[in-house]
Design a protein around this ligand. Structure first.
Ligand code: GAR
Length: 213
């Protein structure tokens, strides 16, 4: 564990409820900047309301993805992060970007990976008739919505669920597991071993959380 708060840069594209959950969880971190590819992202307003530097880098002004990602990475590095948190960042990141932040880049995804990578996860889970759905926090690798899993929460699917009702219950769990994963990272407790992440000092591993809800 570092003697100072862990410096976190958050990347987001939308309302930023996961960022908010992390910011309000009393973690041993300092969110040193929030960066969005969408200037109108609600998460930027929340950052401003807390006095956190909020930076919009509009991807539409930079049609070349690789070039945009270099700008984005340079902006992030200016803030000297120990950890970069993707909190609803809805753009595919280039391999070069991911390499620059390897081992300090976390993402949350609204499914139990490796099931349902990509978009419309709740709708697809209902279409497949799965009985258990959920969310995953993982380290980012170049393969989309893939990479060593830190923690997952399971959410039972109800017979009368719609994508919206299911999304709402999954989001509650996202707000529980993302702060937990960031805490573990900040405490230096995440140990990667052959593509798996183990939690130091926890032989029973708490990293699967069942909601029972
Ligand atoms: C969350 O449900 C997050 O899991 C998802 O976007 C939402 C952002 O909500 N992320 C992805 O789908 C990434 N592949 P928020 O802005 O309220 O945190």
């Amino acid at each position: 564990m570092l003697a100072r708060p862990v410096r976190v840069v958050v990347l987001l594209s939308g309302r930023g409820s996961n960022f908010r959950a992390i910011a309000e969880a009393g973690l041993p971190i300092e969110v040193v900047a929030v960066v969005s590819n969408r200037p109108d992202a609600g998460g930027l307003d929340y950052a401003r309301s807390r006095g956190i530097p909020a930076i919009a880098l509009d991807h539409k002004a930079h049609p070349d993805r690789e070039a945009y990602d270099v700008l984005l990475a340079d902006e992030i590095e200016r803030h000297r992060p120990d950890l970069v948190v993707l909190a609803g960042y809805m753009r595919i990141l280039s391999t070069a970007f991911i390499a620059r932040f390897e081992d300090r880049l976390l993402n949350i995804h609204p499914s139990l990976l490796p099931s349902f990578p990509g978009l419309r996860t709740h709708e697809r889970a209902l279409d497949e008739g799965v009985k258990v759905h959920g969310c995953t926090v993982h380290f980012v690798t170049p393969q989309l919505d893939h990479g060593p899993i830190v923690v997952q929460a399971a959410v039972p699917v109800r017979a009368d669920d719609t994508p919206q009702t299911l999304a709402a219950r999954v989001l509650e769990q996202e707000h529980r597991i993302y702060p937990l994963a960031v805490r573990w990272f900040a405490e230096g407790r995440l140990v990667k071993n052959h593509g798996r992440v183990n939690l130091k000092d926890d032989p029973a591993s708490q990293s699967v959380l069942s909601t029972g809800a």
